[in-house]
Design a protein around this ligand. Structure first.
Ligand code: NAD
Length: 312
């Protein structure tokens, strides 16, 4: 049985990670200041003696008593709406938060996993993106607060690995969706699903030809679980290479929800990446991992969860 610390554990991905480690019989300490997460995401674990929730901001000195085996640093605003509203907090949790939690890993001799992102590739000049690509990021653009925080976090993680010998992992997560996503977090899938379920107009940015490759949350969690249990210390892409245009995704969701919604087009946000698709050769080779859940199934589970929460 391992003792696992998960920062950002009350968020979308963090809460699924808490569930996974608890299901494996591990003890989980979830640290979250609920800035973008919600206690509802973890409420089902509150009676579990192996689960502990600490409401705390990890940009401050972070200490846990006793032994710790794994630390997974997932705390960070993650959707564009959140990090544009919380630019300083985003930069702080990627920099100071990563520093503080790496310090904890060093002290506890714990294995450390950083949740990085495909946004480190920025608006990519190569397609699909593999881990050797250095990215095309505008540091002073609005999205720079998130992209650069994560790039700094990766550099800090590698520095602790090289100079302090901390046993580290870096996962570059590509767009992931599933139950517990915040309904109004501004990301395409929650927006399309809630608009379609309410029979409101579905808003697609630009002409909808920009692409994303979306991964169902259970597949992502499996990849992360394999990565932390591997000995791979360089960054690994985890995502689903199944690429789709935003317009087709909107149409697919309207169909799956049997909605009467019409599509309207809105101006493309600044620095919005035009294409995004992971090259997952490394994950296949080193972790024997690839996504298994087809988009139609993943979207059905997500729509079901949204129906319950929206009461429709
Ligand atoms: P989320 O907003 O649902 O979860 C993030 C959690 O971190 C929230 O519960 C929030 O309250 C918490 N948090 C933020 N700042 C904190 C701080 N200073 N101290 C303590 N807690 C803090 O977002 P998510 O989608 O679950 O993303 C989780 C992680 O995965 C993030 O690091 C994000 O960058 C990364 N990621 C997510 C995706 C995706 O598609 N969801 C893609 C790439 C990377």
């Amino acid at each position: 049985m391992a003792k696992v610390v998960i920062t950002g554990g009350a968020g979308f991905l963090g809460s699924h990670l808490c569930d996974r480690f608890l299901a494996e019989g591990d003890e989980v300490i979830c640290i979250d200041n609920l800035i973008t997460g919600s206690a509802e995401n973890i409420a089902h674990n509150f009676g579990n003696p192996k689960f502990k929730f600490i409401n705390y901001d990890v940009t401050n000195y972070t200490y846990i008593s006793g032994e710790v085996d794994f630390i997974l640093h997932f705390a960070s605003p993650a959707s564009p709406i959140d990090y544009l509203k919380l630019p300083i907090q985003t930069l702080k949790v990627g920099s100071l938060g990563t520093h503080k939690t790496l310090g904890l890993a060093k002290e506890k001799k714990a294995r450390y996993l950083l949740a990085s992102t495909s946004e480190v590739y920025g608006d990519p000049l190569i397609h699909p993106q593999d881990e050797s690509y250095w990215g095309n990021v505008n540091p002073v653009g609005y999205r720079g607060v998130y992209d650069e925080a994560k790039r700094f976090a990766e550099a800090m993680t590698m520095a602790y690995h090289r100079y302090h010998g901390v046993d580290t992992r870096i996962v570059r997560i590509f767009n992931t969706y599933g139950p517990r996503m915040r309904i109004n977090d501004g990301r395409a899938i929650p927006a399309f699903i809630s608009q379609a379920l309410n029979n409101e107009v579905v808003t697609v940015f630009g002409d909808g030809s920009q692409t994303r490759s979306v991964c169902y949350v259970d597949d992502l969690i499996e990849g992360i679980y394999r990565l932390i249990n591997s000995n791979v210390t360089h960054p690994v892409n985890i995502g689903n290479p199944d690429e789709i245009t935003m317009l087709d995704l909107a149409k697919e969701i309207i169909e799956l929800t049997n909605s009467k919604s019409q599509i309207v087009f809105k101006e493309l946000p600044e620095d919005d990446p035009k294409v995004r698709r992971p090259n997952i050769t490394l994950a296949k080779k080193l972790l024997d991992w690839e996504p298994k859940i087809h988009r139609s199934i993943g979207l059905k589970h997500t729509i079901e969860d949204f129906r319950k929460r929206l009461g429709c």
